[in-house]
Ligand binder design. Structure first.
Ligand code: NAG
Length: 188
């Protein structure tokens, strides 16, 4: 008995200190981004975009949002921005083939260029996201907004879809930017 107690104590002490060491090594990197996104944080993120309610609606339209962390939410915003910008690009292309008004044709051509660039920024953002380069992700999201603005600025269109698509694309890149900023700052 006299020998069992001390050896039990020292072995459990060893075990506990090992666990503690493992925990201390893992937690600084893991806990930073592993927290599930709550509605409060989602609200805060969307409040920093130009349209809080549409932002919430868009992010929550993806079922992954309910159970993901900030890192996962970044990719959701990237995927949503990609889908909308790609859709806009496709619509502009198809309008180009049908437009007879030379003024409108020029505007569509200009916007096609903007959206080709925006889509490539979004896909670059995804590459940076995958290697956790959050500063570059932030820069790419910001570039995406600039590209979309060059189409917004030029358009006073008799276009049936462009103003709406511009707003939606702008909002999603704006959500991407807000999330990227939080990741870059190390916030949850
Ligand atoms: C963007 O959409 C295109 C076309 O659907 C797809 O091929 C590409 O993988 C998407 N990229 C991202 C980052 O979602």
């Amino acid at each position: 008995m006299k020998q069992i107690v001390p050896s039990f104590c020292s072995s459990s002490f060893l075990l506990i200190s090992r666990l503690l060491a493992i925990f201390l090594c893992i937690s600084p990197t893991q806990s930073r981004f592993s927290v599930k996104i709550g509605n409060d944080v989602l609200s805060q993120i969307c409040a920093q975009t130009e349209d809080r309610n549409s932002c919430l609606k868009a992010l929550q339209s993806d079922p992954r949002t309910a159970s993901t962390n900030l890192y996962g939410l970044a990719q959701i915003s990237i995927n949503l921005a990609n889908a909308t910008a790609t859709e806009t690009k496709t619509k502009i292309k198809s309008q180009l083939g049908q437009t007879t008004d030379p003024n409108l044709y020029d505007k569509y051509l200009h916007c096609l260029d903007s959206y080709v660039n925006a889509v490539s920024k979004i896909n670059y953002a995804n590459e940076r996201w995958s290697i956790k380069d959050f500063l570059a992700l932030e820069a790419a999201a910001s570039d995406c907004l600039i590209d979309i603005n060059t189409c917004k600025d030029v358009t006073t269109p008799a276009s049936p879809f462009l103003p709406q698509q511009n707003d939606k694309s702008h909002l999603l890149c704006s959500a991407m930017l807000t999330i990227a900023k939080r990741l870059a700052a190390g916030n949850n």
